[in-house]
Design a protein around this ligand. Structure first.
Ligand SMILES: [Zn+2]
Ligand SMILES: [Zn+2]
Length: 347
């Protein structure tokens, strides 16, 4: 089969199309013909060497996978040939540890992230994923949308519902609102009944962000402190919940935008840069900081249900064949992609 294999980190030219053996179904494996694989900033960081933990090269990139089952291992009961399935970012968990038994399998010490660890990823015509890490796609949900259900939307569901516990009557600030995570965060936040303030530096994304459900859009020049605008919209108080899709570059303005007893939910924190920070600034306002890195299978299933009911719309604006992986990465790195983009390895 054709696959994008990365042997060592580097620029986009390290993504080479190679012919590799098709995956065989081990006892717990489900083999998929890949219909779509989301292109995530995580893929860029794996490819360029910023991410080191949990990486084993050579690797086939891509963890946001949806496809059609073409083979199953002897112990697989839940899925059969012909089913359409979506992946939950990983291809292996132990299934027995405390995290796995309590719906927090994304923290399992044995977990293997798709696209990072060996030749198991979605920038390929086929991939084998253990059945614990898959969910059935409802009939009326397209493979493109299902591909991004776990990473781009499930992580946000985790942040807004399960960790942030955002509630009706509260206020929230969504940073990076025009990005792949942000556009879905605005949609989900609006559904909680909270007052939704969205931040972006792209004038051309303001109307789209508003159409996703933002009550107010804070637009500012890159590098400017936008916290005064957020304070003004919240009667000087700051927001209850901060959905932080950007991380370090906005750190100070985000800190000043968070109100008394606010919850700071870190979702996009990948730059590897340090920030000067006095913990008392959080402590004296009784604020808390949480990390949300990934999605459980249950959260994936919940997102697919929301898609089925039309309660959330996946925003996907471009698709690429394997041959154009470099172009896809350049688009994601430039920050100019609107919503998510996907690879379609089988055309
Ligand atoms: Zn992702
Ligand atoms: Zn485990």
């Amino acid at each position: 089969m054709k696959a994008i294999v990365v042997h060592q980190p580097g620029r986009t030219d390290v993504m080479k199309i190679e012919s590799v053996a098709e995956p065989l179904a081990g006892p717990k494996d489900v083999v998929l013909k890949v219909g779509a694989c989301g292109v995530c900033f995580h893929d860029v960081l794996t490819r360029n060497g910023t991410l080191r933990a949990g990486i084993k090269m050579p690797c086939i990139l891509g963890h946001e996978i949806a496809g059609t089952v073409v083979d199953v291992g002897r112990d697989v009961r839940q899925f059969k040939v012909g089913d359409r399935v979506a992946s939950a970012q990983r291809y292996h968990i132990c299934g027995a540890c405390n995290f796995c038994r309590t719906g927090r399998e994304s923290q399992c010490a044995e977990r293997k992230f798709l696209g990072d660890y060996g030749l198991v990823g979605g920038y390929a015509e086929y991939v084998a994923i253990e059945d614990d890490n898959l969910a059935l796609i409802p009939d009326n949900v397209a493979l493109d949308g299902a591909a991004i259900a776990a990473c781009a939307i499930g992580t946000i569901l985790n942040g807004i519902r399960d960790v942030g516990k955002l509630q009706v009557g509260e206020s929230t600030l969504i940073t990076g609102a025009g990005g792949g995570l942000g556009l879905h965060a605005v949609q989900l936040a609006r559904q909680t009944g909270a007052y939704v303030i969205a931040q972006t530096t792209s004038p051309d994304k303001v109307e789209l962000v508003r159409s996703m459900g933002a009550h107010e859009v804070v637009l500012h020049a890159r590098g400017d402190d936008f916290s005064a605008q957020v304070k003004k919209l919240t009667d000087g108080k700051g927001v209850d919940v901060l959905i932080d899709n950007v991380g370090t570059p906005l750190f100070d303005a985000m800190r000043k935008s968070l109100g008394q007893s606010g919850r700071w939910i870190m979702i996009g924190q990948l730059t590897g840069e340090f920030v000067p920070f006095n913990p008392a600034q959080l402590f004296l306002k009784n604020q808390s900081m949480y990390s949300v890195m990934s999605t459980s299978r249950r959260q994936l299933e919940d997102v697919l249900t929301l898609m089925k009911r039309g309660q959330i719309k996946p925003v996907i604006t471009a698709s690429f064949p394997l041959e154009e992986a470099a172009k896809a990465h350049e688009l994601v790195e430039s920050g100019k992609a609107v919503g998510r983009i996907v690879m379609r390895p089988n055309g």
